[in-house]
Structure formats: C-alpha cells, structure tokens
Ligand binder design. Structure first.
Ligand SMILES: Nc1ncnc2c1ncn2[C@@H]1O[C@H](COP(=O)(O)OP(=O)(O)O)[C@@H](O)[C@H]1O
Ligand SMILES: [Mg+2]
Length: 355
C-alpha cells in the first residue's frame, strides 16, 4: 500500500443548534485503506461521513481529496460511492435499473456489461429483472453495494451497511465487503457502532466519543495500547481497578493512600497460581461464575480481600482451570504480570511506558 493520502479531513466542526456534534475532527486516510469510524450511538459518526460525502455542510474546516480542496464541491462532483444502513434502493426500479442508475452517460452495452460485472462481484448473478421487494435484506444490500461501485467511485462510504441484517448474513457480507475492497484496492470508510465489525474489517479505526477523536489506530494498537479510558473500555473487555498500586512486584490494593490513577487489564492477562507456588504478586480470588467459551473459561472472580469489594473477569485456558480445580466457590490465587497492566492518570490518559 502506498502512503499517499486519498482523503484529508482538517479541523471539521459541526453544530446543530447548540449541539456541538463534531469537535475539531482531523484525520488522513491513505490510498487503498479501509478505515472504520467506530463509536457509540449519537457520537457523530454519520454526521462526519455526511460531511465527507458532501451531504452535510460543516461549520468550519476543510475536506481534501488528494491535494484538492473539495469542501465546496457538490455530492456529484465528489464522485464518491455511498451505501446507507437502510437499503435505499429505488423500489419502483428493478435490479438492473438500480445498479445502472448512476451511469447516466454510459451506452446500453456498457451498462449491460458493467451491471453484470458488478452483480458478479457481489455474488448475485442473473437477478437483473427482479424488483427490490423480491429480495432479502442481504441481497438488497449487495445490490446497493453494486450500485455504489458501478460508477467507479474514487472513495467508498458505508454507513452501518450491515446493521439491519441478521447475524449470519452480516458476517458473510462483512467478509465479502473486505474481499471486494481489497480486490478493487478501493479506499473505503465505513461507519459502525459494532466493535467486532470494526476490529475484523479495518486497517485503521477512528474511535469517536461525543464528537471527538479518542484514538485513530490499527485494531491491534487499540486493543493492546488504548490511549485513554474510553478506548480501553469501549474496545474489547477490560477490568478496571480503582485505588490499586503497581510496582515491580505486582499490583496490590492500597489500604490507606488514595491512588488517583486507574489500573486496567484484559481478562486473558490473568495467570492461575498453583498451590505449590508462592509469589509476592499473588491475588486471592473466589470464583463466582464460570462460562465455557471453547478455548477458554470466562470466569467471574471476586477479589478475596475484606477491604476490597470488586469482581473481575478473567479468562483461563481449560487445562489450567481444570488443574487448579476452578469451580464456583473455589478460592484460588492468580497474578497479573505487571507488563500486562495498563495505567491511566487521573485525566484518563494512558501513561505510555507502563504497557
Ligand atoms: N439533521 C440534524 N439536525 C439536528 N440534529 C442532528 C441532525 N443530524 C444529527 N443530529 C444530532 O447530531 C448528533 C450525532 O448524530 P449522528 O451523527 O447521526 O450520530 P451517530 O451516527 O454516531 O449515531 C446526535 O445528537 C443527533 O441527534
Ligand atoms: Mg449513524
């Protein structure tokens, strides 16, 4: 992948009345990259995508395509492909007419060739004459994708295209969108509130909360090096410990001193300690609940210390869970290696060197 920027968003602000929805958003997207915009409902994802598409005017800032400032360009001049959550096919047009809709200047032969090619690409052969109402949700969304791709867009914008579909279809289409995106080398931005979708599909993810970018990073970095408490909590599962201290010999609850930082660790960071092993960083816990998840047990563990009232979720591989006889009620020792502990300062910002 080259590192040429396809799209640059610079200092975008947008308010609806006194609702400041986008707060100084800046980001670059490289050629051929698949970027997802991830965040809770109402955080401004759709508004940002609409500003990029030219469907919404921002209050300030600029959008660049390559070196060209396109902030004032119309939707059609931008020439981006757009797919929305609701299928948004023209109900009175058949599949062929829907897919060919944007190819105004093409000849009949060109249209036929291109529509067939696009339907091939999305795995729908020979349905040109069908009407949208005759198709399942998944098929309609494939047609919408074919329609967006038919005009050879320079950028593909997807707004929660999978969220109205049932789980199985969603996973299948997720894979297909990724395959098509790579096959065409098409720079793509997809909005989603589903972290699993974002983590599995994207080269990079923009995490947004309340109209602000929390972190723009690879899925791996978001998971392993969350820059703040919001990302730590929003992406994957994380245990948080208030008033705990970290030192070379491990983590421990602070009984007297008030600790302003927050410690955090992933469920899979925990290691079971067996009876014969005594280490200074041992933490005593009592199993409350265990859930078999195939390759591991997700285990709810109450910290076994009268001064702490806290339950954490720990993942143990079955062989360790069995060896140490883990079952509800069991009291056992575990440790969290210090290198797996994330530390956030009182403002919720990660203290980088600790991880
Ligand atoms: N056209 C609009 N007029 C007024 N408020 C809007 C409009 N569009 C979005 N909003 C508000 O902007 C905020 C962000 O909306 P949106 O971008 O749709 O969020 P998301 O896609 O992340 O769920 C919400 O508070 C929403 O109510
Ligand atoms: Mg939205």
């Amino acid at each position: 992948m080259s590192t040429n920027k396809t799209l640059s968003v610079k200092n975008i602000n947008k308010s609806f009345g006194d609702n400041h929805v986008l707060k100084d958003i800046s980001l670059d997207i490289n050629d051929g990259e698949f970027v997802t915009i991830l965040g809770p409902s109402g955080c401004g994802k759709t508004t940002l995508l609409r500003v990029i598409a030219g469907l919404e005017k921002s209050d300030g800032g600029a959008v660049y395509f390559g070196d060209r400032n396109i902030t004032k360009d119309s939707i059609s001049k931008r020439g981006f492909g757009i797919v929305f959550q609701s299928y948004a096919l023209f109900p009175n047009l058949n599949v062929f007419q829907n897919v060919a809709y944007g190819m105004k200047k093409a000849s009949k032969e060109e249209k036929q060739k291109r529509v067939r090619k696009m339907l091939d690409l999305v795995g729908l052969n020979g349905i040109e004459k069908k009407m949208p109402a005759e198709l399942s949700g998944g098929m309609q969304q494939r047609v919408a994708l074919a329609r967006a791709l038919a005009v050879k867009p320079k950028l593909l914008l997807l707004d929660e295209p999978l969220s109205a579909l049932d789980a199985k279809v969603r996973v299948k289409l997720r894979e297909e969108i990724c395959r098509i995106q790579k096959e065409l080398g098409l720079t793509t931005i997809m909005v989603t509130h589903d972290q699993e979708e974002a983590l599995t599909m994207a080269d990079r993810i923009v995490v947004i909360n309340k109209g602000e970018i929390m972190q723009y990073d690879t899925p791996q970095n978001l998971y392993n090096k969350p820059k703040n408490l919001f990302v730590a909590d929003f992406v994957g599962h994380m245990n948080f410990l208030e008033n705990w201290m970290i030192s070379d010999s491990g983590i421990s609850h602070s009984k007297d001193e008030v600790i302003t930082s927050t410690l955090a660790f992933r469920p899979e960071a925990a290691e079971v300690l067996f009876d014969s092993v005594e280490t200074v960083d041992a933490i005593k816990g009592q199993v409350e609940y265990m859930e078999f998840r195939g390759s591991f047990y997700r285990t709810q563990v109450k910290i076994f210390d009268s001064s702490v009232n806290h339950t954490v979720e720990l993942d143990f591989q079955p062989k360790y869970a069995i060896k140490s006889g883990l079952e509800p009620g069991k009291i056992f020792d575990f440790r969290i290696p210090t290198k797996k502990v994330h530390v956030f300062n009182e403002n919720g910002t990660a203290i980088a060197d600790e991880v």
